[in-house]
Design a protein around this ligand. Structure first.
Ligand code: SF4
Length: 368
């Protein structure tokens, strides 16, 4: 499948500081990519394969500008430039790693927990990340979901008042027009049992121009609205993306960040510490460090579970609690998220527990 242009956007956008210009001028083909970067043979093969089928190629000019043109190991590049290794599958790979299709309770509505649901409002993003959990559906060509298509999901939410928290996702909801985002949020707000709405978006990272005063003014009346963003590397914290985070915080949006742990991209403690501290400085809370889901064709970007546990051990006690996310494994099949990390309990004996502190000191704790 090919990445289609964002058809609902106006045909003329002024310049590179305009988010619509960024989407209209996004790189979608191997030739466009090869004109901007010195591609390796493996990247060329990967880009041609992505053009022909599967997860399409798409990168905004802004995000492309963060890539080292001649460095195949660039951590920005490896997130979005296809690679021949995507054709490789390993045991445990899954097309739908979180079992979302099996948990679909209405068209485009996924429910895996009693109090929460996930609503897919579009299949478009501003970039296509090569490790995307939803690579089976992003960029598939459907675009923004119409109100009619989402009617079943809204009806389900109206009749299931135990669902209090809706995560608006896709695709990337903020890659849609403001009118469309607002229509979805306003429709959800008409359901009294929904307390929290979360917008899951990579836009502050890959298209920070999208966080406009127009968007914020439209959404502000519908608080509490949370933004769940997805920074993976400190080089993504540019002046533009940091300003976007500040605009969100100033407009009253709590901002939580998911990072995905990725091989050769952010799998070292110094990189993660710089990223998490940088996020906190902009009032974005590092929330989850996600073990990469076993999505088919992403094994070259995934780390062993031991890597994440070791890194959490190195960061615990070194970073302030507000800068330290939980390491999470989202269990294959959609059975829920499990926090994992180093084991600090060495022994338990009656009322006594012996801990190993983050600095390696053994300490006894006595129950009353
Ligand atoms: S922006 Fe999110 S949904 Fe879109 S491709 Fe990247 S990880 Fe997947």
């Amino acid at each position: 499948m090919n990445a289609e242009p964002h058809a609902s956007l106006p045909t003329v956008a002024a310049d590179a500081s305009d988010w619509r210009w960024q989407l209209q001028h996004a790189v979608r083909t191997t030739d466009e990519l090869a004109a901007r970067l010195c591609l390796t043979e493996a990247e060329l093969a990967g880009a041609r394969a992505a053009e022909a089928a599967g997860l399409p190629l798409l990168v905004t000019p802004y995000y492309l500008g963060l890539i080292e043109a001649s460095d195949p190991a660039c951590p920005i590049r490896r997130q979005v430039v296809p690679h021949a290794d995507e054709a490789r599958t390993v045991p445990g790979d899954l097309v739908d790693p979180l079992g979302e299709q099996a948990h679909e309770v209405a068209p485009d509505l996924i429910r895996r927990y009693p109090d929460r649901a996930l609503l897919f409002v579009t299949d478009r993003c501003a970039v296509y990340c090569r490790f995307c959990t939803r690579s089976r559906l992003v960029g598939a060509g459907g675009g923004a979901r119409s109100e009619e298509r989402l009617a079943g999901a809204f009806a389900y939410l109206e009749s299931h008042s135990e669902v209090r928290d809706v995560i608006v996702s896709g695709g990337d909801p903020l890659a849609m027009s403001t009118e469309r985002v607002l229509a979805v949020v306003a429709r959800l707000r008409r359901i009294p049992s929904i307390e929290t709405i979360r917008l899951a978006t990579r836009v502050p990272v890959v298209l920070p121009q999208r966080i406009t005063e127009e968007l914020l003014s439209a959404l502000r009346p519908h608080h509490p609205l949370w933004v769940m963003t997805h920074f993976n590397h400190p080089r993504e914290l540019t002046e533009a993306s940091r300003a976007a985070l500040r605009r969100l915080a100033d407009a009253g949006f709590p901002v939580m960040n998911h990072s995905v742990l990725l091989r050769g991209i952010n799998d070292d403690a110094a990189t993660l510490a710089t990223l998490f501290r940088g996020l906190v400085r902009e009032r974005a809370r590092p929330y989850y460090l996600l073990q990469a889901d076993p999505v088919r064709g992403s094994s070259h970007l995934r780390t062993p579970l031991d890597t994440g546990i070791r890194l959490m051990g190195e960061l615990q006690g070194r970073l302030s609690g507000i800068a330290l996310p939980k390491l999470i494994v989202d269990t294959p099949g959609g059975f829920g998220k499990v926090p994992v990390g180093p084991d600090y309990v060495l022994a338990r004996d009656g009322k006594m527990t012996r801990f190993r502190s983050p600095h390696g000191v053994e300490v006894e704790y006595w129950d009353p």
